[in-house]
Design a protein around this ligand. Structure first.
Ligand SMILES: Cc1ncc(COP(=O)(O)O)c(C=O)c1O
Length: 489
């Protein structure tokens, strides 16, 4: 296919060029009716293509024109049979995947460290999650992928499940042997859904882990906006093979999508696809080289550790995307959150995320050697100030056991609840989520039994200032639990 073409973006440009007299939304009408400061900041170019699904511009809800063409080009670039644009982020694409394969009461096999959008979909439809524990790296305090043996066990026990969902790569760039998992799951004639939020570049370079489409997965939700150069909130849902019904997927993604789809976001997907299809390999190559230089330089700083391919070799850590630069700071005697704040305050550096023990820096095609030098200078200074300073002990890694699920998440979410002080909620069944965002993985989710270990773990996170979210009480002093006093084991 001719990837120089941008059918949607070009149609928008042609339309704006004609300068039509508009009697439709958006009511700002090329910026004239909006706040002047914002108009001048955003610029008239962007505002001239802030349009709506009028006939010449096709309709994301039933694409038959320029959006359909743009999606076909994207499918070709991602190696899919069908690609659906999402203006509801990868969250919307993930919810579409789950709602396509499951209905009320159905089982779905998912890793426990899923993004909250997976659990939201499970609650909305009333599905039953069968959790697989991810492999935990007790040295780094992070979760990796799931193992083929755990998938095999889950399939043997639950051959009636409707699908298996895999996160590939993880936020930290670690991949499982996806191809092997796909083949195993397909031997049960079950579809594989992949959360590929952190894997857009892997489609474009052979040194990066295998993409979901290459591995033969049935559907994959991919954040083009995270690493592929489109605007925030724009993602794709890639689909292949004959287990899925493309018309059903269109209906469901449409049910989950605003009727006022942003053409600025859609055009950014169309053009990101062009850039990736034409230049993705070179962009990924530069990014990998820059990231490897960064990793090597960080590992020369005493007290810091940036993991790389040496962690590979286990079932759950089969391959690795080196553009994710995780920096383990515990030996400096500080938390990842302390490091994040110090970098912000002293070097005007913003990282992707921090946790108790690590910070994560994403190296992307948007980086330059200069950015990297600033990061390295800052990290050297941070290590100088903290490593071996005043006998500060290393932070001790705590990874609490995964709690027991005793009610379906939907029954708990919609159940009869009462509010309790969080610190007194041990042994009760929680009716809301508690997660740290980013990464947005629930520490507790509706239906799980709160343990004292988890209370201590979450209180530690709140006390160091990590962004603990989810409960209606934002201070996490109180929590909603099911009225039943005892968990039903
Ligand atoms: C693993 C994973 N899946 C899904 C998502 C959701 O992506 P989006 O923010 O595009 O909705 C995220 C976002 O951080 C994520 O980390």
């Amino acid at each position: 296919m001719d990837h120089q073409r941008t059918p949607l973006f070009s149609a928008l440009l042609r339309h704006a060029e004609k300068n039509p007299v508009q009697f439709h939304i958006p009511g700002h009408k090329k910026g004239v009716g909006m706040d002047p400061e914002f108009r001048s900041f955003i610029g008239d170019n962007a505002l001239s293509i802030d349009l709506i699904n009028i006939a010449p511009l096709d309709d994301l809800h039933q694409p038959m024109g320029v959006i359909e063409e743009a999606q076909q080009l994207a499918a070709d670039a991602f190696g899919a049979d069908h690609t659906y644009f999402s203006v509801q982020g990868t969250s919307g694409a993930i919810m579409t995947m789950i709602m396509t394969v499951c209905s009320e009461g159905d089982k779905i096999i998912v890793p426990r460290n899923v993004h909250k959008s997976v659990m939201a979909a499970i609650i909305f439809i009333g599905a039953k999650p069968v959790f697989i524990s991810p492999a935990r790296d007790a040295n780094l305090g992070i979760d990796h992928g799931i193992t083929i043996s755990s998938v095999r066990r889950a399939l043997k026990k639950h051959p009636d499940a409707k699908a298996v969902l895999v996160i590939n790569p993880t936020y930290f760039g670690v991949c499982t042997n996806l191809k092997e998992i796909v083949d195993l799951v397909h031997s049960y004639n079950m579809p594989v859904l992949v959360d590929e939020a952190h894997g857009v570049l892997i489609h474009f370079h052979e040194q990066l882990p295998m993409s979901a489409m290459e591995a033969g997965a049935d559907m994959a939700a991919t954040s083009v906006h995270k690493l592929g150069g489109s605007l925030t909130q724009s993602s794709v849902l890639n689909v292949q093979g004959n287990r899925m019904n493309p018309k059903r997927i269109q209906t469901i993604i449409s049910m989950l999508t605003t009727t006022s789809t942003s053409y600025i976001l859609l055009a950014s997907l169309d053009t990101a696809r062009r850039h990736l299809a034409l230049n993705g390999h070179a962009l990924a190559q530069n990014t990998i080289e820059l990231a490897q230089f960064t990793r090597k330089s960080i590992n020369e700083i005493a007290g810091l550790y940036c993991f790389g391919e040496e962690i590979l070799g286990s079932e759950a850590a089969y391959s690795f995307d080196p553009t994710k630069v995780s920096i383990h700071v515990r030996k400096l005697g500080i938390t990842g959150y302390d490091a994040e704040n110090w970098l912000r305050e002293n070097y005007n550096i913003e990282v992707e995320l921090s946790d108790m023990y690590n910070i994560l820096c994403l190296i992307t095609p948007g980086d330059t050697q200069d950015n990297i030098e600033t990061l390295l200078e800052a990290l050297r200074k941070l290590a100088d100030l903290n490593y071996n300073a005043q006998d500060v002990p290393e932070v001790v890694i705590k990874v609490p056991a995964i709690p027991q699920l005793t009610l379906t998440p939907r029954d708990a979410f919609y159940g009869e609840t009462e509010v309790l002080p969080f610190k007194e909620a041990a042994d009760r069944i929680i009716a809301e989520f508690i997660y740290v965002y980013p990464p947005g993985i629930p520490i507790l989710l509706p239906g799980e039994v709160i343990t004292q270990e988890l209370i201590d773990y979450i209180v530690d996170h709140v006390e160091v200032g990590l962004p603990v979210k989810g409960p209606e009480d934002r201070s996490v002093q109180n929590v909603k639990v099911i009225v039943e006093t005892q968990a039903i084991f």
